[in-house]
Design a protein around this ligand. Structure first.
Ligand code: PXP
Length: 234
């Protein structure tokens, strides 16, 4: 049975469209938790296009499950995250012009020092990378506790054979992550139609899903949208 991390960034995207007070992303936290979310995920981007620092601080105070903060590996973000103390930080790449996180993080040996800064205050570190075996070995080498496999390529493919090849890559990646003693996480571009094939691998311990859940919530409400996704992944 896999855990569901609900990414609430796009509730904040809607609020920021008018720079006002609604919809309040942290109302989404409570509804998501009451309907099966095991974790709330937010990405505090450098351009602050959706989630703001105050949202993360409020979230830290009110959350009943676990807080996963996605962050670029910058001095400012490390300082902020060490201060807020999420349960997990996920290192992600960040480019200003991108619509969403494109591609996995290129790991560097000197991330090991940053990872240690989190581990010494009991914060789990996950790295968001492509399903590539050499990168997973590097994740282990620099001390990551978890690996989030970037499923964006899988989600965007149309050709059946290519989809199956990508699933095979994800499965191989998951096996190696587990064998190296790290937690197996997956996310990006997953929705109500493509998630099941990855659930059926029975190797992914947590899924982080945002856009498809918030999109469905526009029509059926967030409670229903989260519950339906939770049923699909368990
Ligand atoms: N996991 C990571 C590391 C991400 O950066 C994102 C996008 O913010 C997600 C999961 C969720 O992706 P989506 O919104 O496409 O479900």
């Amino acid at each position: 049975m896999a855990d569901l991390g609900v990414n609430i960034d796009h509730v904040a995207t809607l609020r920021q469209a008018r720079m006002g007070n609604e919809p309040e992303p942290n109302f989404a936290t409570t509804i998501a938790e009451q309907n099966g979310a095991d974790q709330i995920t937010v990405h505090l981007r450098e351009d602050r296009r959706h989630i703001q620092e105050k949202d993360v601080r409020i979230l830290r105070d009110i959350i009943c499950t676990r807080l996963n903060l996605e962050m670029a590996v910058t001095e400012k973000m490390v300082k902020f995250a060490r201060n807020v103390k999420p349960d997990t930080v996920t290192f992600v790449p960040e480019k200003r012009q991108e619509l969403t996180t494109e591609g996995g993080l290129i790991l560097q040996e000197n991330f090991a020092e940053t990872i240690e800064l989190f581990k010494e205050i009991d914060i789990e570190v996950s790295v968001f990378i492509e399903p590539r075996l050499s990168t997973i070995e590097m994740a282990k080498k620099i001390g990551a506790d978890a690996v989030e496999i970037h499923t964006g390529k899988y989600a965007n493919l149309k050709d059946r054979r290519a989809i199956q090849e990508e699933i095979n890559k994800i499965e191989e990646a998951a096996i190696l992550i587990k064998r190296l003693g790290m937690r197996v996480v997956a996310g990006h571009g997953l929705n109500y139609y493509n998630v099941k094939k990855l659930v059926n691998l029975n190797k992914i311990e947590e899924f982080n899903i945002g856009h498809s859940i918030i999109s469905r919530a526009v029509f059926v409400g967030l409670a229903d949208a989260v519950k339906t996704m939770k049923d699909l992944i368990t």
